[in-house]
Design a protein around this ligand. Sequence first.
Ligand SMILES: NC(=O)c1ccc[n+]([C@@H]2O[C@H](COP(=O)([O-])OP(=O)(O)OC[C@H]3O[C@@H](n4cnc5c(N)ncnc54)[C@H](OP(=O)(O)O)[C@@H]3O)[C@@H](O)[C@H]2O)c1
Length: 301
Amino acid sequence: MSNAERTILVFGATGRQGGSVANALLEKGWSVRALVRDPAAPTSMALGHAGVDLMQGSFTNAEAIRAAMRDAYGVFSVLPGDMPDGEEVRIGCAIADFAVESGIAHLVYSSGASVGETLTGVARFDAKPRIEAHIRDLPILATIIRPMIFMEMLTAPRFGLNQGRFTFLLKPEQSMQLIAVSDIGRFVAAIFADKPGFGGKTLKIASDTVTGGGLGAMLTEAAKRLIVYDRFPEEVLAANPDLAQMAESLEDGPLAQHVDLDVMREMNPQIVSCRTWLAGAGRSALLAALNTDPGQGESGA
Ligand SMILES: NC(=O)c1ccc[n+]([C@@H]2O[C@H](COP(=O)([O-])OP(=O)(O)OC[C@H]3O[C@@H](n4cnc5c(N)ncnc54)[C@H](OP(=O)(O)O)[C@@H]3O)[C@@H](O)[C@H]2O)c1
């Protein structure tokens, strides 16, 4: 059966990950369906114009989800980052249950790269591993992806670009992996194209490896002005448990365990380096971050 004859239902298609997945699947000739809350919203209309079949509904509407999964071959599941913890687990598990009930051939769930082998005991960090565990227990062929930190995070106001600095969690010589959101869709398209190869697997996905000092140099080059890299002071980390947890993970936890970029490149030959992203897709966000009024409030990464 050709891709065009098989439908993949994409959740969150008006958002970053889902939008990237919908676009990449369309590029590969799949038939793409999206469950959207507001079909008249500009982001939904843009999907419709690109060829996505829109169905109106919400994560909390069982009948809409069942209808959207009818006759579908695959499902891409991703949940927003700002859900209450219990809600994220409940909905993430329910979507997987509906996929089983609907006879979906391949489920891809987007988890997070900070998920480790053990639970942390903190509900907000444990929602994704709980959904992963539920999916592994179900009678369905599933692939779980764990995207590394988004490149899009680099331009968040809280890191100080508008003051000529990039203050983050790495020591200058320490490295981390990043992923361009546009690559997430291309990795997912490669996964749907190879069910025997990726079915049953859990894999981190990444686009590039950078060091703290290297980021300073790349940001300086892209901004055409000096951007000094530094690390959040210890007292800032001590006062912010979320930042501290991420710093620890980058130092010797799950975020320190890097993926082989050659394997990534085989899956996605168009992989986007951080330098390329800063000069291309990320350029307008970078310019906006450089020129943000330092007096303005911050928004999350
Ligand atoms: N690795 C990283 O650096 C990183 C960074 C940020 C986030 N994340 C993870 O990425 C995930 C979020 O993905 P994202 O960034 O692609 O999300 P996003 O851009 O915020 O998009 C969220 C999507 O979910 C849809 N949605 C929200 N509530 C809904 C509901 N009740 N019913 C149906 N659809 C609903 C939104 O639709 P509307 O258009 O209707 O709002 C939108 O399409 C989270 O798990 C987060 O932890 C990772």
